[in-house]
Design a protein around this ligand. Structure first.
Ligand SMILES: C=CC1=C(C)c2cc3[nH]c(cc4nc(cc5[nH]c(cc1n2)c(C)c5CCC(=O)O)C(CCC(=O)O)=C4C)c(C)c3C=C
Ligand SMILES: [Fe+2]
Length: 439
């Protein structure tokens, strides 16, 4: 037995609207007969799985009632109007019944009421083919959160001057860090492991499902949100794996989560995280990763500890993106925890294009220090939860080569927290905080 709400067909409301014309001669029987046949239609809709045939018969009855009575009292255009309204209400009723009937199939799952935790990162190409990298970059660089330039200017630049050439360069750089065992980019290998290990932290909670998605390049946020829904999750915790807020990262991921929710009739409740750069677990985990590297390279006397964060265009900060300030604050907080007696600096890497980005630029600063005679630098990237092209290639390979070329001796890179115990501690802390909002 399918219980449907009484149909709110336009015909019933419109009879009031048309009343002054239709009942101008006090034609009460018409109102009565209309109400009676409307009730028949409503009945047909309320009973089990109303068929189109049942509906058509009852609607036809309503229509006949209207026409036969209305011809006496109303003009031809009015009759036409009533007919159109009746047909529209019939269609509306039929279309609304179809998804409801389908929906009942999913009800048993929904009743389990699970919580989905979705780990999200920016994304990475699936393989090293030219067109795969092309499409990945195309999707990335079409996001208005990432590139704010007017489309009129940006699209020709992107399609004529960037996309044809960039994939060739990226084939080489991704190739140099590619995980040959699993044949994938490190970002993909690590997020899979982060997701698995986080699930293990919740091994006593069979109401929690952990999964992961990429903003660009797939698996998409939309498919993963939908999959969680179909597994019975009525609540969603979205965790973009960035300690700091930037519209270019956090908001871009959350936008995509909300786009997925826009397609749900029975929408999941969603918790979106707050930036966790001031969280104690995060700060102490980064601090201990630095201490660990210092111990591993105890034979080196480091002249400087550099905190390098992914950059954003300066204009984004000027328009209100808090990312730069949050990064500078992170350095201060970790500095307080570490209490080292070597100079500590903040800089920004991975700039793209010719506009001004947050300064100082990591590559300029490191080369400048090498030229000034600095020999040993320890470099950490706390804005990245996971090692990727930007850390493994840009810092640990390219920047190191530049430093050595200009007279430096050791540029030691502190790995990201990744799927280490401390890394999962951080993600689990963020997830637990979010879980509290659902209890
Ligand atoms: C062009 C503008 C970009 C802004 C602004 C930006 C901000 C930003 N990005 C990350 C983290 C990552 N970025 C990654 C790749 C990547 N980023 C951009 C561009 C911008 N990012 C591009 C074009 C790419 C593609 C690859 C490349 O050209 O380098 C990645 C994934 C790297 C991988 O291994 O695949 C991450 C992670 C942050 C934190 C950030 C600002 C807060
Ligand atoms: Fe980026």
């Amino acid at each position: 037995m399918v219980l449907l709400p009484p149909p709110r067909g336009f015909i019933f409301e419109s009879s009031t609207f048309l009343q002054p014309t239709i009942f101008k001669n006090d034609q009460v029987p018409l109102r009565k007969r209309l109400t009676a046949s409307a009730a028949t239609t409503a009945n047909a809709l309320r009973t089990t799985a109303p068929t189109s045939a049942a509906l058509t018969t009852s609607i036809a009855e309503t229509r006949t009632t209207i026409t036969s009575t209305a011809t006496i009292t109303t003009s031809i255009p009015e009759i036409m109007l009533i007919l159109v309204v009746t047909i529209m209400s019939t269609r509306a009723s039929i279309t609304t019944t179809t998804p409801s009937t389908k929906h009942t199939k999913r009800l048993p799952n929904l009743l389990k009421k699970k919580i989905g935790i979705l780990l999200i990162n920016t994304g990475t190409p699936k393989d090293l083919k030219y067109w795969t990298i092309y499409r990945y970059l195309q999707e990335f660089l079409h996001d208005r959160r990432v590139i704010e330039l007017t489309r009129f200017l940006w699209c020709p630049i992107l399609h004529f001057f960037i996309l044809p050439f960039k994939p060739l360069k990226k084939q080489k750089t991704y190739g140099s860090i590619w995980n040959k065992v699993t044949d994938e980019s490190p970002l993909r290998t690590i997020i899979k492991s982060q997701s698995k290990l986080l699930r293990e932290r919740f091994d006593r909670r069979d109401d929690i499902i952990v999964d992961w998605a990429f903003r660009f390049g797939g698996p998409s946020i939309e498919e993963k949100v939908q999959a969680l829904r179909e597994q019975g999750c009525d609540r969603l915790i979205s965790i973009p794996l960035f300690p700091h807020y930037s519209a270019t990262t956090m908001a871009s991921c959350q936008d995509q989560v909300f786009r997925a929710l826009m397609k749900q009739r029975d929408q999941m409740s969603v918790h979106t995280i707050t930036p966790y750069y001031t969280d104690k677990t995060f700060l102490s985990s980064i601090a201990s990763s630095i201490q660990k590297s210092l111990q591993e390279h105890s034979s080196i006397h480091f002249d400087m500890l550099l905190f390098s964060y992914h950059g954003i265009p300066l204009s984004y900060e000027q328009k209100g993106d808090p990312y730069g300030s949050q990064c500078r604050k992170t350095t201060e907080l970790i500095k307080e925890t570490l209490r080292l007696d070597i100079p500590i600096g903040t800089c920004f890497q991975s700039r793209f294009g010719y506009s001004e980005w947050l300064k100082p630029y990591t590559d300029d600063l490191v080369v400048q220090q090498a030229k000034l005679g600095m020999k040993n630098i320890l470099i950490v990237t706390p804005g990245f939860s996971t090692d990727c092209l930007e850390t493994l290639e840009e810092i640990a390979i390219e920047l190191k080569n530049d430093f050595l070329k200009h007279g430096g001796e050791n540029l030691i890179f502190v790995p990201c927290l990744n799927d280490s115990r401390e890394g999962i501690d951080v993600i689990a802390t963020v997830a637990l905080k979010a879980l509290q909002s659902f209890t």
